[in-house]
Design a binder for this molecule. Structure first.
Ligand SMILES: Cc1cc2nc3c(=O)[nH]c(=O)nc-3n(C[C@H](O)[C@H](O)[C@H](O)COP(=O)(O)OP(=O)(O)OC[C@H]3O[C@@H](n4cnc5c(N)ncnc54)[C@H](O)[C@@H]3O)c2cc1C
Length: 497
C-alpha cells in the first residue's frame, strides 16, 4: 500500500524547484509547468470527484524529450502519471501530489496511412475521431468509438482498452491495434506487436492494453482500419419496463444476430437527452433500445427486419427504424450526448462501469433500482447493453454533506453485484483509483501477486502511475474488514504531500 507521505509546504516547494530545474535542462522552459494556475487543468480526469495538483507538469514534443523526462524521474525517484486527453472516468490520469504529470498532448500527428495494409501509424495524442475523419476519403474508418471520441486520445484508448457502441461487432481497442511503440521507465524503446496475424513470444501487445500507464509510456500506435460499410440503419425500440428491454437484448443475441451496436437507455436518461439534443426518443417508454445494423443494403434490410421481429416478440411497445442517414445520426446523437445531458439535471454524476453476462441484465437492473431507493439517490442507465457493459449514472450533489460517500457506497454495491452475477468490475473505463477496492473482490491474493510481479518486471521501482489499478494485499485486507462492517473505504488512498 502506498504510504501517505505528508510533508510541509516548504519541503514541497524545495522538491518542486529541484525537479523543475532538472526538467528545464532537458525541455524548453514553456514545456515545464509549475504555477498553480498552469497546473489546475491537470488536477483531475473525467472522474472529477477526486482532484490533486501535480508537483510539476511537462508537455514534451518528441521521443527524446519523453526519454529525458523519464530519466529525471528515475534519477530523482519521482512518480510519473501519463496523460492523454484526461477524459478517463476512473481516475487513471489523476496526478500525484509528489509526481510529474506527463502530457502527451503535443504528440498529435497522424504519421502514415497505409491504404493497402489498411493501417495507420498515429501518435498517442491524436483523438479517436480524427483517425476516422482523416481516412474517410479512402473509404476507411477506425471502428472502436467511445462516446468521448471527439476528445479522447488513441494513447488513452490503448491504456484503457476502450470500448464503444460498435465494439459489440468489431471488438475493443485491443482487437483493432496492430502495434504499439512504448518507452519503458528505463528509457528502452520497445515495439509491441507486428503487422502479422500472430507473433511468437508472450503477447505483450495485449498486455499494453488496459495497462493504465503503469507499465510504459505509449509513443506511437498502429491502428487497423476497416472499409466503411455500404449501409447502416438503426432500430429504436420502446419498452414498458427496463427488465423486458434487458431480456430483449439477450433474445437478439440469442437469435444469432450480432448488431453493429446495441445500446439501452432508461427513462431518466432519455428525458435528460431529449431536453438537450432532441434526438426524437420515445419519452413514454421506461426504456429504449438502439440497435444498429451495417453491411450491404441487403444484409442491413434482412437484419433490421429480424431484429424488429425479435424485439416485438420480447415485448417492444413501439419500433422505429431510421429512414435516412440524418435520422440514424440523430438517434445516435442522443446516446453519445447522454453523459453531458445527465450532467444538466444534477449538480454531479458518478458513472459506474461494470460488465455482466447479458442474461443477468434484467436482474442487475432491478437490483440497481432497489439500491437507488435504498441510498436515496437517483440513477440513470445508459449503456452498451449488447456487451453487457453497464453504466449506471448516480446523480448526487457533492455539496450536500455525505452524498459523495453514499454515492461511493452505492457504486461499490453495484460493482460487487456485477462480480456476484459472474461479471467484472470494468467493461471499458479501467480501474484507476476508482475501482481499486473492488479489485480485491474480483481477484484472489495469488492473482493480485501476479499482477504486482508483471508491474515489477516493467517498472521495478514502481514509478509509473503508482497506487492505481492494482491494490496491495494490505489494502485488500482493510477493504475486506470495511465490507464486513458494511462500509466503503474513503478515496483516494494515494501518496500525497
Ligand atoms: C462523456 C464521456 C464518455 C465516455 N464514453 C466512453 C465509452 O463509450 N467507452 C469507453 O471505453 N470510454 C469512455 N469514456 C472514458 C474515456 O474517454 C476513455 O477511457 C478514454 O480512452 C480515455 O482517453 P484519454 O486520452 O482521455 O486518457 P486519459 O484520461 O488522459 O488517461 C487514461 C489512462 O491512460 C493512461 N494514458 C494516457 N495516455 C497514455 C500514454 N500515451 N501512455 C501510457 N499511458 C497513457 C493514463 O495514465 C490513464 O491511466 C468516456 C468519457 C467521457 C468523459
Amino acid at each position: 500500500m502506498n504510504a501517505v507521505r505528508e510533508i510541509s509546504p516548504d519541503a514541497r516547494r524545495a522538491r518542486q524547484a529541484e525537479i523543475a530545474a532538472r526538467l528545464a535542462r532537458v525541455l524548453p522552459q514553456a514545456s515545464v509547468l509549475l504555477e498553480h494556475e498552469a497546473l489546475k487543468p491537470y488536477e483531475c480526469d473525467g472522474l472529477s470527484a477526486y482532484r490533486e495538483t501535480p508537483l510539476v507538469a511537462v508537455i514534451p514534443s518528441d521521443e527524446e524529450q519523453v526519454a529525458a523526462v523519464l530519466r529525471v524521474a528515475r534519477e530523482t525517484r519521482t512518480p510519473v502519471v501519463a496523460r492523454g486527453s484526461g477524459t478517463g472516468l476512473s481516475g487513471g490520469a489523476l496526478p500525484l501530489a509528489d509526481g510529474i504529470l506527463l502530457s502527451l498532448a503535443k504528440f498529435n500527428r497522424v504519421v502514415e496511412v497505409d491504404r493497402a495494409a489498411r493501417q495507420a501509424r498515429v501518435q498517442p495524442g491524436v483523438t479517436n475521431l480524427r483517425i476516422s475523419q482523416q481516412v474517410a476519403p479512402l473509404g476507411l474508418y477506425y471502428a472502436p468509438d467511445p462516446s468521448s471520441q471527439i476528445a479522447c486520445s488513441i494513447g488513452g484508448n490503448v491504456a484503457e482498452n476502450s470500448g464503444g457502441v460498435h465494439c459489440l461487432k468489431y471488438g475493443l481497442t485491443v482487437h483493432n491495434i496492430a502495434r504499439v511503440r512504448v518507452i519503458t521507465i528505463e528509457g528502452d524503446l520497445v515495439d509491441l506487436g507486428s503487422e502479422g496475424l500472430d507473433a511468437p513470444g508472450y503477447d505483450l501487445l495485449a498486455l499494453a492494453h488496459g495497462s493504465e500507464g503503469l507499465l510504459a509510456v505509449i509513443l506511437e500506435v498502429t491502428v487497423k482500419l476497416l472499409p466503411s460499410p455500404e449501409a447502416a440503419q438503426v432500430i429504436m425500440a420502446s419498452f414498458a419496463d427496463v427488465e423486458s428491454a434487458g431480456e430483449a437484448v439477450a433474445s437478439v443475441i440469442g437469435a444469432g444476430i450480432v448488431p453493429a451496436g446495441l445500446e439501452m437507455m432508461d427513462k431518466l436518461a432519455t428525458r435528460a437527452v431529449e431536453d438537450f439534443v432532441h434526438a426524437g426518443y420515445d419519452l413514454e417508454a421506461e426504456a429504449i433500445l438502439l440497435a444498429e445494423s451495417d453491411g450491404t443494403h441487403e444484409e442491413v434490410a434482412h437484419e433490421i427486419a429480424k431484429m424488429g421481429e425479435v424485439m416485438c416478440a420480447s415485448g417492444a411497445t413501439d419500433i422505429r427504424i431510421s429512414q435516412s442517414e440524418a435520422e440514424r445520426l440523430r438517434f445516435w446523437s442522443g446516446r453519445k450526448a447522454a453523459f453531458p445531458a445527465v450532467g444538466r439535471i444534477s449538480p454531479d454524476y458518478y458513472c459506474i462501469d461494470g460488465s455482466i453476462p447479458r442474461g443477468a441484465l434484467a436482474h442487475v437492473l432491478r437490483r440497481t433500482a432497489e439500491l437507488s431507493t435504498h441510498y436515496g439517490l437517483r440513477c440513470a442507465n445508459v449503456f452498451h447493453a449488447g456487451d453487457g457493459n453497464m453504466h449506471p449514472l448516480i446523480l448526487y450533489d457533492a455539496n450536500v454533506p455525505g452524498e459523495l460517500e453514499r454515492t461511493e457506497a452505492f457504486a461499490a454495491d453495484i460493482l460487487e453485484l456485477c462480480i456476484a452475477v459472474g461479471g467484472t468490475i470494468t467493461g471499458e473505463h479501467g480501474v484507476g483509483i476508482e475501482k481499486i477496492n473492488q479489485m480485491c473482490s474480483q481477484f484472489a491474493p495469488a492473482e493480485l501477486a501476479q499482477f504486482h510481479a508483471v508491474k515489477a518486471a516493467f517498472d521495478p521501482e514502481g514509478l509509473l502511475n503508482p497506487g492505481k489499478k492494482v491494490p496491495t494485499l494490505h489494502r485488500c485486507a482493510e477493504y475486506g474488514a470495511m465490507r464486513v462492517k458494511g462500509g466503503a473505504l474513503p478515496h483516494p488512498d494515494l501518496p500525497r504531500f
